[in-house]
Design a protein around this ligand. Structure first.
Ligand code: HEC
Length: 148
C-alpha cells in the first residue's frame, strides 16, 4: 500500500511541475534576449578582424617582370647597339668601355645609373629607336624589384 501512495504522489508532482514549466515559458524568453546581445558583440569583433585583410597586392609586378621575359629584350632592342661586350672602338658610338648592357651581371653592377639615365632623365638611348614611356616605367619597376 505504501508503494501505491508513493507512485500516486510522484504522478501528482509530475503533473504540477508540467503545469509550472508551461507557465514559466515567458520568463525563459527574457534571458534569450540577453544572450542575443552578447552574440552581437562577438560579431562586431569578427568584422573588425576581417577589415585588416586585403593589403599586399603591391608585390605583384615583381613576379611579372623578369630578365627573361622583359629586360633582356629591352636592353637588346634599345641599348646593345652601343653598350655591348661584342662592340669595341668606334662601334660603341661613345658608350663607355665596360658598360655592357648585354650582360646581366654588368647591369646589376650599375642599377641606379641605368635607372636614372633610362627613366628619370630619360636621355638614354641617345638616338632612335626609343622605348615608350610605359617601357621606361617597366624598366624602373624591374630595377626596383632587384633586377630579377
Ligand atoms: C647610340 C648609342 C647609345 C645607345 C643606343 C645607348 N647609349 Fe647609353 N651611353 C652612350 C654614350 C655615348 C654614353 C656616354 C656619354 C654619356 O654618359 O652621356 C652613354 C652612357 C650611358 C650611361 C652612363 C654610364 C656611366 O657609368 O658613365 C648609362 C647608365 C647608359 N648609357 C645607359 C644606357 C641604356 C640603359 C641604354 C638603353 C636604354 C643606352 N644607354 C643606350 C650611348 C648610347
Amino acid at each position: 500500500m505504501m508503494r501505491s501512495w508513493m507512485i500516486l504522489a510522484w504522478f501528482g508532482l509530475a503533473v504540477s511541475l508540467g503545469c509550472n514549466s508551461t507557465a514559466g515559458g515567458g520568463a525563459g524568453s527574457g534571458s534569450d534576449t540577453e544572450n542575443g546581445a552578447g552574440m552581437g558583440d562577438a560579431d562586431d569583433q569578427a568584422s573588425l578582424d576581417g577589415g585588416d585583410a586585403g593589403a599586399g597586392g603591391a608585390d605583384a609586378d615583381c613576379a611579372e617582370l623578369t630578365y627573361e621575359n622583359f629586360a633582356q629584350d629591352f636592353f637588346s632592342s634599345y641599348c646593345a647597339r652601343c653598350h655591348s661586350s661584342e662592340l669595341s672602338g668606334a662601334d660603341r658610338n661613345g658608350a663607355p668601355v665596360g658598360r655592357d648592357w648585354d650582360q646581366l651581371e654588368v647591369i646589376r653592377q650599375f642599377p641606379d645609373s641605368i635607372r636614372n639615365r633610362t627613366f628619370e632623365q630619360a636621355n638614354m638611348p641617345t638616338s632612335a629607336p626609343f622605348p615608350s614611356d610605359e617601357e621606361r616605367q617597366q624598366l624602373a619597376d624591374w630595377i626596383d624589384c632587384g633586377a630579377p
